[in-house]
Every structure is written in C-alpha cells, then in structure tokens.
Ligand binder design. Structure first.
Ligand code: SF4
Ligand code: SF4
Length: 151
C-alpha cells in the first residue's frame, strides 16, 4: 500500500506542476521519476482511483501530518519538499524575533529546508515554509512565529 500512496502523491504533484507550466522533463526531474511515468500520470494511466483518493486525503491533513507522513513514505527530503510544495494550497508567513541567538536548531529541524542563518539570525523563506510548526517547538528562545495567510 505505501507504494500506491506514493504513486498517488506523485500523480497529484505531477498534475499541479504541469498546471504551473513545467515540462514533462522538469516534472520528472523534480519528482525523481522517469518521463514515461509522468506521461502515464498525465494520461490517467497505471494508477488506481483509490491511490489518488488516499493521496488527496493526505494533502488535506494538517501541515505537520502531511509533511511527516510524506517524509515517512518517501524517506527523501528533496522529494518530500517537492511534493509538499506542489500539493499544498495553504500559505504561511514566518518571522523571527530579535531574541534569536543563532543556535541553528531550527535549521536542522526544518524538513522543508526553509531556514538559513543570516548574520547569526535565523531567516525563514516563506516560499518553502509549509507551516508544520516544528521549528516553533524546537526553538529554545521562542523566537519564531508562523502565521497562515490568505492566498
Ligand atoms: S532555534 Fe530559535 S534561537 Fe535558534 S537559530 Fe532558530 S530561531 Fe534562532
Ligand atoms: S514551520 Fe518551521 S520547520 Fe516547518 S516548514 Fe516552516 S520553517 Fe520549516
């Protein structure tokens, strides 16, 4: 079953990435699959309706569950962030307070690789933040705020 769920998630991501204007080759590279598989997805072949339905339910879970479940299935950070980014409709705004001490714990805890250090202060790229709130829990100085914004 996990393989079918992964196929369902890849299918949804392939459809969305194609809608965003990516070529089949680009979609294949981003998802780490071959081009003929992308072509099959786009033509609705080789995939059960059940796999797609289950994958849709996963994309509608809370951001943390969507992220952690996808990562548990794929065991690959880059492919996970590609699927989350392609399938998540919600958007988030992130800010880091001056109380940040630049310890880097949030950077290591962010599966979306959305955080970097800039002049010893954490900086969060909202393009990649999926709103999982793991960094908020991990920060020893309570310096991170994540807020959902309207699309
Ligand atoms: S975990 Fe908190 S204190 Fe540490 S770098 Fe990140 S925001 Fe700053
Ligand atoms: S909420 Fe924090 S840990 Fe989660 S994706 Fe955004 S920056 Fe990364």
């Amino acid at each position: 079953m996990p393989k079918h769920i992964i196929s369902g998630l890849r299918y949804l991501a392939a459809i969305n990435l194609t809608k965003q204007g990516h070529t089949q080759k680009e979609v294949a590279n981003k998802l780490g699959i071959n081009r003929s598989t992308v072509s099959h997805y786009l033509n609705g072949r080789n995939l059960s309706i059940k796999s797609i339905e289950v994958a849709k339910v996963i994309t509608e879970l809370c951001p943390r569950d969507f992220l952690l479940l996808t990562y548990a299935l794929l065991q690959d950070t880059n492919k996970t962030r590609t699927i989350i980014k392609a399938c998540q409709k919600r958007k988030f705004k992130a800010s880091v307070k001056n109380s940040c001490i630049g310890c880097g714990i949030c950077i290591d805890s962010c599966l979306m690789k959305a955080i970097k250090l800039n002049e010893l202060k954490a900086e969060i790229n909202p393009k990649w933040c999926c709103g999982c709130l793991i960094c908020v829990e991990m920060c020893p100085t309570n310096s991170i705020e994540i807020e959902e914004v309207e699309d």
